[in-house]
Design a protein around this ligand. Sequence first.
Ligand SMILES: [Zn+2]
Length: 238
Amino acid sequence: MHRRPRAPIFYIIAIMARYSNPAIILSIVMVSLIFSERGKSMIIGYFDGASRGNPGEAGAGACIVDFDKGQVLWKESKYLGKRTNNEAEYEALILLLRELLQRKLFNCVVKGDSKLVVNQMLGEWKVREPRLLPLAEEAKLLIEKTRARLQWIPRQENSLADSLSNQAIDEAKKSKKQTDHDVAKVVARMVSDYIFVVRDGQEEYAVDLKHKNCSCPSFAVEKNCVHMEEALKEKNQK
Ligand SMILES: [Zn+2]
């Protein structure tokens, strides 16, 4: 990253001394302020959307990086449910713009690797897909409010936002698996004195309490399982 030199400010001050018209002085001061701010502030927002299936399980990732302080100011990873890739990209952009607005970070550069979203937001491409229209409208409004400057970057330069969007899908899948597991009740049914059939979700396993064995895959590895415990509980209740 190279910074703008400070020299123009002094040059501008020298010009100011020559022209006494207040309007000119005011506009020169504003221009010089913008110049100096531009050199100072290196806050960049990144966004990325991911969809596995298009439409499929989708996630939005966004982050704000302060390159002067060398720190990530904010990052977010949001699971979206079933979305197309372009919908996920727009939702990621909206997520980022809302955060910029809330933090009152104006005039920031916002980067993403979606050519469609960037070109549509720059007004170079038309928004044709009806399902994208409301998203594009919201994003446009937020761009006006934040005065964010959109820029396209190649995918490999967007790795943080990319991993955040994928992380959202992975975590949602993981927690769904956990819920499925919690919901699936393990029920043991006695067959004989020491043989039980244990139902676990869709599967049924045979537990032999006498020989301490279960036909499930996890017993083969761990030498213990929930089916064995459930069969024991059932036996003790009898
Ligand atoms: Zn088992």
